[in-house]
Design a protein around this ligand. Structure first.
Ligand code: ZN
Length: 453
């Protein structure tokens, strides 16, 4: 089966999600890795085509975009010592386990997380990797290799922790690095791997872990480096009230004031969670164009609170969706996460205010904006051909009427076909070029070794 396309017509879908009002009921045409045209209902493409994909049983959406994850955490899913805890005690129980992470474990975890995401319709994924214990200094290099193998676009963030327990931080000393080590590696990675612009497969962003694990100086120096190399900035912020209390005690200010004080209140920045903001802070974040990665499952799992997605969007913040690390949302399923976002936001804003189209937009175009991209996240002419196609042929969909609504309401969890840059990566529900049984065996073994060391 060829994975390449010349001029491919994805014809007459059961339903299609576009952000524009235009009629695309006739499907879309893919050429040279991009969307060449949208086809109106009952029409044919304006130019000749070489091949056709009959999509009459498929719901077609833009490839989903995950804005926050910790791939390595797939190795510590449902770990007994971390169950039923809130953020800080949860982290404290996991840090010693994570500190034993080895290179081949991270490779397996990255490959597995990306494959799992891909199968859920995800075509671009951000990862926040901040663990660099001795022997794992090349963590991001390993992740780049795994991402190329799976064929998903990635924004790999070079995370960091510099404030260990001995200096009032949360992580153990064995996983913190010096600021000089961190900054030198950030620079090396951006130079080596970051692809700027349209169609990028690998992008690098800089990502101190959180205010409670890095120093103020590192936050400032990282922002300067991001400016110098024109890359994005990422961190966790305002996830829990514990964190707010920590910021007040440690820095004498609330989280957004702290963010501003270190030069991060700016459009390069996107924040994981962004839950505990007051009205004034939301207005400032919106004005600055700071992006938010909404992680509903993780926020429910750790009982962190409910992000004010619609208020943040109205203020001017790009908002996208993230599955978060697999220790706080044990599955990495992007279409399920979009469903969770719809339901959690309904709890805050009401059923009539949050539609399935809103949630799909957050997981596609919204997430693209959060990652600073305008070439993905939308089915429109000229955009990258990143497409996810779902079949509604399981028991859970039987009896459903509106196919696009059914995708979320009935709980779709697995794409039938997924394309990245015009190249098929999933067909008939199976990833191409990846032996999932062998991958699971390798990953299970790594997880067992990590937990039992
Ligand atoms: Zn996280």
């Amino acid at each position: 089966m060829s994975t390449q396309t010349n001029r491919l017509w994805i014809k007459n879908p059961l339903a299609i999600h576009t952000n524009s009002a235009c009629d695309a009921r006739g499907g879309l045409v893919i050429e040279s890795g991009r969307i060449a045209e949208l086809v109106p209902s009952g029409a044919e493409p304006t130019q000749p085509w070489d091949s056709t994909f009959d999509a009459r049983e498929h719901v077609v959406i833009p490839g989903l975009i995950n804005t926050h994850h910790h791939f390595y955490q797939t190795l510590t899913r449902a770990l007994p010592e971390a169950l039923n805890k809130e953020l800080f005690p949860w982290l404290k129980s996991l840090y010693p386990v994570w500190a034993r992470l080895e290179p081949e474990m991270l490779s397996a975890a990255t490959e597995l997380a990306l494959t799992e995401l891909l199968l859920s319709g995800c075509t671009t994924a951000a990862d926040h990797h901040y663990l660099f214990p001795k022997g794992l200094e090349d963590a991001i290099d390993l992740q780049v290799a795994a991402a190329r193998k799976v064929g998903v676009r990635v924004t790999l963030t070079r995370g960091s922790m510099s404030l260990g327990e001995e200096d009032g931080g949360l992580p153990p000393q064995s996983v913190v690095q010096t600021e000089a080590q961190i900054l030198a590696d950030c620079e090396r990675l951006v130079k080596r791997f970051h692809e700027p612009g349209d169609g990028a497969r690998v992008q690098v962003a800089l990502a101190p872990c959180s205010p409670f694990s890095v120093t103020t100086d590192l936050m400032k120096a990282t922002a300067e480096l991001a400016e110098q190399y024109d890359v994005r900035l990422h961190t966790h912020l305002a996830e829990t009230l514990d964190e707010e209390a920590f910021c007040l005690k440690m820095f004498g200010m609330r989280t957004v004031d702290y963010l501003e004080s270190v030069g991060w209140l700016q459009p390069r920045t996107w924040l994981a969670h962004g839950i505990h903001f007051n009205d004034d802070e939301i207005a400032r974040l919106g004005k600055a164009g700071v992006g938010i990665a909404h992680c509903p499952s993780s926020n429910m799992m750790l009982a962190s609170g409910i992000c004010q997605v619609q208020t943040l969007e109205a203020a001017g913040c790009p908002v996208g969706i993230g599955v978060d690390g697999s220790a706080s949302n044990d599955c990495s399923n992007m279409i399920q996460e979009v469903r969770q976002a719809m339901y959690l936001q309904r709890l805050r804003y009401g059923s009539s205010a949050v539609h399935h189209q809103h949630a799909l937009r957050w997981g596609t175009q919204g997430s693209a904006r959060v990652l600073g991209r305008d070439d993905v996240g939308e089915l429109a002419p000229g955009k990258q051909a990143d497409v996810a196609l779902f079949k509604l042929d399981e028991l859970r969909f039987s009896g459903s009427h509106d196919p696009l609504a059914a995708l979320l309401l009935c709980g779709a969890h697995k794409a039938d076909a997924v394309m990245v840059a015009g190249e098929w990566r999933v067909r008939e529900g199976m990833p191409l070029d990846i032996d999932t049984d062998a991958l699971i065996a390798k990953h299970q073994d790594a997880a067992r070794r990590l937990a039992s060391n």
